[in-house]
Write a protein that binds this ligand. Structure first.
Ligand code: ATP
Ligand code: MG
Length: 211
């Protein structure tokens, strides 16, 4: 988190939270659109820590973190934070925002989520505090209706971001790997290679994994 803004205005930092299991083009297009439309100096991707209920099927936080690094390495405005990966216990957005706010008091924080996730976060506890800590940005996502924001009375507190529609989800990408179907152009090439090398999502792997 080191990019400098133009002289005379506070830095604008986009925060892209997610499981990234794995990261796909929908995430990258959303982050880039947020950067351009909101004039962000930087977008930091925050892979979530391990879910508290220990699930053997869950991809390790380390693998998800590394795939996120591979996918974002070529974009000078993108970075990846280990904040949630390195934290013990469950991931709470409010805690993450508190920590970022304290560490970066002069920076305007933009918390970017897709249309599905925004509705969840705003119904959580501490939603009011979240809205004070960051500007909430709701990205359009195929299959999810932002009109529900209206119904929940939070439309005014959220900035809507129009993202080119990509009906890509990590769930679908995992299932494609599992069933041996094509994932090309849905995820970055480097991420596909990483998945096959490490035998994630039911792929055979190269047999070299140490555990
Ligand atoms: P899963 O199917 O495992 O839930 P996902 O594709 O929803 O995966 P997440 O890691 O859950 O990916 O999403 C991280 C953030 O990116 C969320 O805010 C989500 O709404 C947003 N997002 C994911 N895919 C898209 C997409 N295709 N278009 C716009 N936003 C997206
Ligand atoms: Mg999701």
């Amino acid at each position: 988190i080191a990019t400098l803004p133009p002289m005379g205005r506070p830095k604008r930092l986009g925060i892209m939270g997610g499981t990234f299991d794995p990261i796909h083009l929908g995430h990258l297009v959303t982050a880039e659109q947020a950067r351009a439309d909101l004039g962000l100096d930087e977008v930091v991707f925050l892979p979530a820590g391990q879910p508290w209920q220990k699930d053997d099927d869950a991809t390790s936080a380390e693998h998800r973190y590394l795939m996120t690094v591979l996918a974002t390495a070529g974009n000078p405005s993108f970075s990846v934070s280990r904040l949630e990966v390195d934290r013990d216990g469950p991931t709470y957005t409010v805690q993450t925002l508190r920590e970022l706010r304290a560490a970066l008091p002069e920076t305007v924080l933009y918390f970017v989520t897709g249309a599905d996730a925004i509705l969840n976060i705003l119904t959580w506890k501490d939603a009011d505090e979240c809205l004070e800590l960051a500007v909430f940005v709701a990205a359009t996502r195929p299959g999810y209706d932002l009109a529900k924001l209206e119904a929940q009375g939070v439309r005014e507190q959220v900035q809507v971001l129009d993202v080119p529609a990509l009906a890509i989800s990590s769930t679908d990408v995992r299932s494609r790997f599992q069933r041996g179907r094509a994932v090309r152009y849905l995820i970055p090439r480097e991420v596909e290679e990483f998945v096959r090398k490490h035998g994630l999502y039911g792929t055979p792997g190269n047999g070299l994994e140490l555990g």
